[in-house]
Design a protein around this ligand. Structure first.
Ligand code: URA
Length: 272
C-alpha cells in the first residue's frame, strides 16, 4: 500500500515536471527510481538520459494528464487602441481588459513596479511563477539578483521603473512566442512613451530585439548603446544580460557588470 502511495507521489512529481516544461534529464546518470527499486526489487539501473525523458513522457501521457498549453496561433480577438491611452492608469486598464489567450493560464497581470517618474526604465521578458503570484515584476530569484545588480551602481528598486515585454506569465514559464511579443509591442511602446524615461535598459533579448526590430542575439547587442525612437525622440537603449541567464551562467556576470558601469556613466552624463 505504501509502495503504491510512493508510486502515485512520484508520478505526480514527474507529471508536475513535464507540465512545467522539463524535457531533459540533468544528471549524468539517471536512474529509474520509480520502478523495481522502490517496490523492494533490484537496485536502480542507469538509463540513457533521452530514454528516461521519453519514458517519463510516455507514462505521463498514457495517464491522460493535461499537456502544457500550446502557444496560441492567433492571439487577441480585438486589439484596443493602446496609443489612445493618456495615462499609465488608462493603459493598465486597457491591457487588463484585453482579450488574450495568455490570461487563461496566468493568475493575474503583472504590469510594472517602481517609480513611474523615474528617468530610467528597465524591461524584462515575461513574469515567472513568483511574479504571477505576487503581481509584480522581478520578485523571484531573478529579481533578487536584479536588486543586487542595481545596488552595485547605487540604485534601489524605488529609484527605477520596471516592466516586462509580456504582461502575463506564459504557461510553464515558456519563452514568449514571436506572435506574443508582436502583440505586446504596441503596449510596450505606449508604456515607454507614458513613462518618458531618459534611459532604457533591456534585460535579455526579448525586449531589445522587439524595440530595435532586430534578430541579433543579446550577446551581440549588449555592451553598447542603441537608439530607440520614442515617437521622434531618440532614447539611449542598453541591452544587457537577463538575471535569469546570469543565474545559469555566473561566469557572464563580468559582462553584466560592464553594462551596469555604462548605465552609471550615462546617468552621470544626464545628471540623473
Ligand atoms: N523574468 C522576467 O523577465 N521578468 C520577471 O518579471 C521575472 C523574471
Amino acid at each position: 500500500m505504501q509502495n503504491l502511495d510512493n508510486h502515485a507521489k512520484l508520478l505526480a512529481a514527474l507529471r508536475w515536471q513535464v507540465e512545467a516544461g522539463a524535457d531533459e534529464a540533468v544528471q549524468d546518470t539517471p536512474y529509474q527510481l520509480a520502478e523495481g527499486h522502490l517496490r523492494g526489487g533490484a537496485p536502480p539501473r542507469a538509463v540513457e538520459p533521452r530514454d528516461a525523458v521519453e519514458r517519463l513522457k510516455g507514462r505521463v501521457e498514457s495517464q491522460s494528464v493535461p499537456q502544457p498549453t500550446p502557444a496560441p496561433k492567433v492571439l487577441p480577438q480585438a486589439v484596443p487602441d493602446f496609443s489612445a491611452c493618456a495615462s499609465l492608469e488608462e493603459l493598465r486598464e486597457a491591457v487588463a481588459g484585453f482579450d488574450l489567450d495568455l490570461k487563461a493560464t496566468a493568475t493575474q497581470m503583472v504590469f510594472a513596479d517602481g517609480d513611474p517618474a523615474s528617468k530610467i526604465m528597465f524591461i524584462g521578458e515575461a513574469p515567472g511563477g513568483d511574479e504571477d503570484r505576487q503581481g509584480r515584476p522581478f520578485v523571484g530569484v531573478s529579481g533578487k539578483l536584479f536588486n543586487k545588480m542595481l545596488a552595485s551602481i547605487g540604485l534601489m528598486r524605488e529609484h527605477i521603473y520596471i516592466t516586462n515585454t509580456i504582461l502575463w506569465r506564459p504557461p510553464g514559464n515558456r519563452t514568449p512566442t514571436e506572435e506574443e511579443v508582436a502583440v505586446f509591442l504596441p503596449i510596450l511602446r505606449r508604456h515607454i512613451a507614458l513613462v518618458a524615461p531618459e534611459i532604457l535598459v533591456c534585460l535579455g533579448g526579448a525586449a531589445a530585439k522587439a524595440l530595435l526590430a532586430t534578430d541579433m542575439g543579446i550577446l551581440k547587442l549588449r555592451g553598447r548603446w542603441h537608439d530607440y525612437d520614442m515617437g521622434g525622440t531618440m532614447l539611449p537603449l542598453l541591452p544587457t544580460l537577463h538575471p535569469a541567464y546570469l543565474l545559469r551562467m555566473p561566469e557572464q556576470k563580468t559582462l553584466a557588470w560592464r553594462d551596469f558601469c555604462l548605465i552609471a556613466q550615462k546617468m552621470r552624463e544626464k545628471s540623473i
